[in-house]
Design a protein. Structure first.
Length: 317
């Protein structure tokens, strides 16, 4: 991971052009700083390997780089996407003008923002609807994509006009996995649906788990009263065979939270109340989707705890 937020606009554009020279071709041309008309670079011809070597883009590809110095920004942040005055709305107008003039066949947008799987098709469809380009002719790239391409072409990070530093002070937790799960859960969750019985965890009872983790009785009762009635909904959602990918995201999030946050915090803090609340605060202040769904995040962290996926249990070594 790298400190993309620590770059200035010019160095970020240099980074994007360097990546495009690899995946599109060395003929990729960047432009000097100034009014860009919706493009920071372009490529004419047949791409090297995008979207794939067997079926590359052919024609004129316009490249746009959108840099932010903010930390933990998301493609779905309201200033970037979602209203008529946002950054993407303004860019779509420029792209539409190029489409109408026959100056563009394909469009690439790079930003140093988090891009979840649920957000990606939504944003691509938005660009398509507002420009006249087909969805297959639009590509968007976020932080994870930048990390991937820099792992494929590591020499790019050390180029003099980029000089990208490794991220030495990164947040300890990768939020993308939980963000994917919460983003999908919001689409089916029903706060009025609390009728189904919940089977108890067979490994450790809730009471025993609270004693092992030093969760106060008042907090335990509050969490149980507010969230236990929704546990079955989350359980059914995660166990649905159609949600296998989300199950994987959930397990990744559990491992990340337990190893990177909860175990170290339990050495520092006396009560699990503090660990629980600090984790929820950490998650909801560092990701747009999680911040927008604070109650679901708290509910999901409770589910992880109740289901003995996080915290100490009788079977904990």
């Amino acid at each position: 991971m790298y400190q993309y937020f620590d770059l200035d606009d010019s160095r970020f554009e240099n980074l994007v052009i360097a990546i495009c020279k690899q995946i599109l071709g060395q003929a990729t041309q960047g432009f000097a700083k100034g009014a860009d008309g919706g493009k920071d670079g372009e490529f004419h011809g047949t791409a090297n390997e995008y979207p794939s070597k067997s079926s590359p883009w052919v024609g004129t590809t316009i490249i746009q780089a959108k840099h932010t110095q903010g930390v933990n920004k998301h493609f779905l942040d309201s200033g970037f996407f979602g209203n008529n005055s946002c950054i993407l709305a303004k860019e779509a107008i420029k792209v539409k003008n190029m489409v109408e003039q026959g100056l563009i066949d394909h469009y690439m947008l790079f930003a140093n923002r988090s891009l979840t799987g649920g957000a990606k098709p939504k944003i691509i469809q938005y660009i398509a609807d507002n420009t006249g380009l087909a969805c297959d002719d639009i590509a968007i790239f976020g932080d994870d994509d930048l990390d991937y391409y820099l792992s494929c072409y590591p020499s790019i990070a050390n180029m003099k006009n980029i000089n990208l530093e490794p991220l030495s002070h990164a947040p300890a937790i990768n939020l993308n996995d939980l963000s994917e799960v919460i983003g999908q859960l919001t689409q089916i969750f029903d706060s009025k649906n609390t009728n189904q019985e919940v089977s108890q965890v067979f490994r450790t009872t809730f009471k025993q788990k609270n004693q092992l983790n030093n969760l106060s009785d008042d907090t335990a009762k509050s969490l149980e009263r507010n969230y236990l009635k929704y546990v079955w909904q989350i359980k059914d959602f995660l166990n649905d065979p159609q949600n296998q990918v989300l199950q994987d995201h959930y397990q990744n999030a559990v491992e990340e939270f337990q190893l990177q946050y909860i175990i170290p915090k339990q050495r520092e803090l006396q009560y699990f109340d503090e660990v629980f609340n600090e984790l929820v605060k950490y998650l909801t202040t560092r990701d747009y989707i999680l911040k927008s769904n604070t109650r679901l995040v708290r509910m999901m962290v409770f589910y992880m705890y109740w289901n003995c996926d996080i915290g100490k249990s009788n079977d904990t070594p």
